[in-house]
Ligand binder design. Structure first.
Ligand SMILES: [Zn+2]
Length: 291
């Protein structure tokens, strides 16, 4: 790590952090594997904190996805900062369980980014496999406002949660430009970042996101084509089978260099392949699709 000297304050250069991608928090199993129980989430965070991994707040992250260490954190030595793996929590889909279990994160001083489909605020979605007697409710504007007050950042997850790579240009603009505007207007907050639904992005989608004024795009690991780095920010997905030791491997060994890291990459690859296959069966909007 290199440093710069400014007004006798030793300021670390930006460093990278592992971005974790959670989806649902549920006491009961859900059809997809992208859920954790509240106790599991607590155990993930407790273990990460116990081994010295440093949670980042959204304001620590620059537009390009690099970490900017705020002045208040410079009490740590540069060497210490380099040695401490950092992580940022993200939640995709913006379902109301994040609000229900927000205390699990707040009690540990952890905030993050929640990525929301702009048209689904306060509504139920239709993309998840139907389970009799269960509907998936999304966060209301008031609940999102409360999370923002607690330090959470709200990002865009499309307008309707469709696969952006399958849309014609007009549909892409509606999902990204209109979606960003609607989210910002409804919540009264700036919307800077995008999480691609199903993690799917290509060069055309990334260009449309930049045109919409979004400055960083978060994936689930699969990028097609030559997507600029800020729009292909990788994340490590978290699944219901992940133990607290798995989380430490994801954060402290993001390159998968160790045996534990390679096992994590293999497991994520298999889980993601199943997710992509099942995503192909999910409902897509009737308008704006590519012919
Ligand atoms: Zn999603």
């Amino acid at each position: 790590m290199t440093t710069t000297q400014s007004n006798s304050v030793q300021r670390p250069a930006p460093v990278s952090a592992t971005v974790l991608a959670y989806h649902r928090i549920s006491e009961r199993p859900l059809p997809a594997g992208t859920w954790v129980t509240p106790d599991q989430l607590a155990s993930h965070l407790d273990r990460l904190l116990a081994v010295g991994c440093r949670p980042l707040a959204p304001f620590d992250l620059s537009a390009t996805g690099c970490v900017e260490i705020p002045d208040a954190a410079i009490s740590l030595s540069v060497e210490g900062l380099a040695a401490v793996p950092a992580f940022l929590i993200t939640f995709d889909d913006g379902t109301e369980d994040l609000y229900r279990y927000r205390a699990v994160l707040a009690a540990r001083g952890v905030t993050g980014v929640v990525f929301v489909p702009a048209d689904l605020i306060g509504r139920c979605n239709r993309w998840e496999w139907p389970v009799p007697g269960r509907k998936t409710h999304h966060l209301t504007a008031d609940q999102l406002g409360s999370l923002v007050q607690q330090g959470w950042e709200v990002g865009l997850h499309g307008r309707t949660h469709c696969d952006l790579t399958r849309l014609a240009d007009a549909g892409l603009r509606a999902e990204l430009t209109d979606g960003r505007r609607r989210l910002a207007d409804d919540l009264g907050v700036p919307v800077r970042w995008l999480s691609y639904p199903y993690g799917r992005v290509d060069e055309r989608v990334a260009a449309a996101a930049l045109d919409a004024g979004l400055t960083a795009g978060f994936t689930l690991g699969t990028v097609v084509g030559n997507v600029p780095a800020p729009m292909a920010r990788p994340r490590r997905p978290v699944y219901c089978i992940d133990t607290s030791a798995d989380l430490v491997a994801k954060v402290s060994d993001p390159a998968g260099a160790t045996l534990a890291g390679r096992w994590q990459f293999w497991k994520e690859g298999a889980s993601h392949a199943v997710g992509r296959w099942s995503g192909g069966w999910k409902r897509q909007p009737a308008v704006g699709k590519r012919s």
